[in-house]
Design a binder for this molecule. Structure first.
Ligand code: 1BN
Ligand code: ZN
Length: 318
């Protein structure tokens, strides 16, 4: 883009310095302008503003995974936080780094929910959320869990600003989703539990018309469950959008209930849905194991989930 701008400026300079004047000069000036507009239009189409790229989401996931294990408070998650905040800023989001102290079986831990916001006019809010921490486990790099949610949200950060909207949009990167020991009500969902309380206090919660939580969505054999704790109307919206896009084979029929980062919001009466593939490898055997690596994922799966999320967002903005 810089090269295009410089070339345009050089042409304009040459045109001004042209001593012949008259129609020739004017014509060259207009041609330069059309050439510049053409270049900008081509560059914007190639970049695909407004179109979700599964490849870009996959590439972000690879960058997160390359940092290694990313449990709360680790040097790797600190680097990832820097990457997330830098990208959200570059894409024009208003940022909040919500730092909080969590009491865990491994002692007190400082965690960070990273929140991006785009203003709308309706007074309502649509939230896209997911966790970016990985489970404390030797050799666990978490490509699907939670590299894929991190990559999806980072690609949504690029796409959402250019879509028409009435509502505020929030991107929420939750820390501390994973249990430190065994999954219980107090050892799990640290980030989403904190955020639900915070948004209850500052009255954001009552403005949320839909929260879409994303988890483990990169599996190359993508099968998103019909999560049974999720709000019925949003489950229907997701399914209808998936069917209309021709993606129904990736969306299982028949409810299966899972506790995930949508639960603190569901419990407080917020409409929320969890998009999760919980059949990762034969009998889910890659879940929470060192086998959760990039080779098990596919850009196509990111594309499917990204397209569905963009479609549900468009439907909610009509
Ligand atoms: C999802 C990814 N979860 C943890 N990592 C939530 C979960 C907890 C799913 C227990 C199933 C059982
Ligand atoms: Zn997990």
């Amino acid at each position: 883009m810089q090269i295009i701008a410089r070339r345009g400026a050089e042409d304009a300079e040459k045109t001004t310095a042209d001593s012949s004047g008259g129609w020739g000069t004017s014509l060259r000036w207009w041609l330069s302008l059309f050439w510049l507009i053409g270049c900008l239009a081509t560059a914007s189409a190639a970049f695909g503003a407004g179109e979700f790229s599964g490849q870009k989401a996959y590439d972000w996931t690879g960058k997160a995974v390359a940092l290694g294990p990313r449990p709360p408070g680790s040097p790797a998650i600190t680097k990832l936080q820097g990457m997330i905040l830098a990208e959200l800023k570059a894409q024009g989001w208003q940022l909040t780094d919500e730092a909080f102290q969590a009491s865990t079986p491994m002692g007190p831990k400082t965690m960070h929910n990273l929140i991006g916001r785009l203003p709308g006019k309706s007074g309502k809010v649509v939230v896209f959320s997911g966790h970016y921490d990985t489970k404390v486990m030797e050799g666990f790099v978490g490509a699907n869990d939670a590299g894929s949610s991190t990559g999806m949200l980072l690609e949504l950060a690029r796409v959402l600003p250019s879509l028409p909207r009435r509502d505020d949009v929030i991107l929420a990167f939750f820390d501390g989703e994973e249990a430190f020991r065994f999954w219980t009500d107090t050892d799990s969902l640290y980030g989403s539990r904190y955020q639900a309380q915070k948004w209850q206090k500052d009255r954001t919660l009552s403005k949320i018309k839909a929260l879409f939580n994303i988890d483990m969505v990169g599996d190359r054999d993508l099968k998103i469950i019909d999560e049974g704790n999720s709000t019925g109307s949003l489950r229907s919206l997701v399914r209808a959008s998936a069917i209309d896009l021709g993606y129904q084979k990736h969306f299982l029929v028949g409810p299966q209930a899972i506790e995930d980062d949508h639960m603190p919001f569901i419990r407080m009466g917020v409409p929320a849905v969890d998009l999760i593939d919980f059949e990762y490898g034969p009998n889910n055997s890659w879940w929470h194991t060192p086998q959760d690596t990039m080779d098990k994922l596919s850009p196509k799966s990111f594309q499917v989930v990204g397209d569905v999320l963009v479609e549900v967002f468009k439907r909610l903005q009509r």
